[in-house]
Design a protein around this ligand. Sequence first.
Ligand code: AOF
Ligand code: ZN
Length: 359
Amino acid sequence: MERKYMKRALDLALKGQGSTKKNPLVGAVLVKEGQIIGEGYHKKYGGPHAEREALASVKEDPRGSTLYVSLEPCCHYGKTPPCTQAIIEAGISRVVVALLDPNERVGGQGIKELRQAGIQVDLGLLEEEARKINHPFFRRLRTKRPYVISKIAMSLDGKTATSGGQSQWITSQASREDGHSYRALADAILVGRGTILADDPSLTNRSGWGEDPIRVILDSQLATPLDARILHLDSKAKTLIFTQVQDPKRLEPYRDLGAQVQTVARTKGGLDLREVLRVLDQEEVGTLLVEGGSTVHGSFLEEDLIDEIVIYQAPILIGGQKARPAIGGQGLASLKEAINFGPLQVTQLGPDLKIVGRR
Ligand code: AOF
Ligand code: ZN
């Protein structure tokens, strides 16, 4: 019974996927005398929290009801007022919480406040499930930067193109559609200039749900052609170009086309990715999808900035020294430095394998 309500809260929480940016996914269910009298979830970054959404949906008197919520109610003033206050004012008598909010401004304090107000609080129902759906949020609190998902489509032998540069298509349509849905999940999508030159992508979200992500190009020499598709889109999301070029005269034509151009320092591996991630964090990016190409994947790997790797592996062999590898750059020098993404999650997708690993 109890589990059923918390499971519902978790299902509701997932509806916020793709829209909560730097905030966690949270769902809440209000139960009175064995009946669900209200439900809600955190729909949008900056918008009301799950608890307040659930309370707003209630038609009858919520006094004496039990609240099931997938994350500890907050007790701080952020973009919204504290949920604990709304819960106490509504006269809720019991709160069942799946998991503590690791946010240093909450961290157990929310529960303490509820208990001090005489509310019974039970902690830990479906805790593991709750932790799993918010893995990016937890990781972000630790790394203090956007959660980075690197996506790769490759052959059985790890190639992303033939030696002649042909890459369309290595993986099946089923894989490509699945991969595309990450654009709805992510708040920003990043590619290198090489990908712009090779494919002229629009980097929009055409999955049928969610919004367009911010489009990010790494272009140290600022050589993206002014007629590139990405600079002429009808999209609410902005295009952001990172470069080492400082000369305002060279930045101007891109700005005239509506792109935001930002100069960042160079490190030995290329543009300073930590600086790039700081700027994206200021843009409220919670999840960044890195789509390549191989040099860009190499730079993120060498800086140990990949939080999740998503690989679509086709059952074909390409071979060849010159055929492009999934991850380029210098690579890590010793096996001791190699980064472990296990345990892997492997699924069959049409003829291909989808392999997901996380830090
Ligand atoms: C809740 N319920 O539904 C969510 C919570 O800036 P704010 O006001 O939106 O606060 C964001 C923080 O609040 C976020 O970092 C996390 O600690 C918590 N999120 N808390 O009680 C919710 N989304
Ligand atoms: Zn809250």
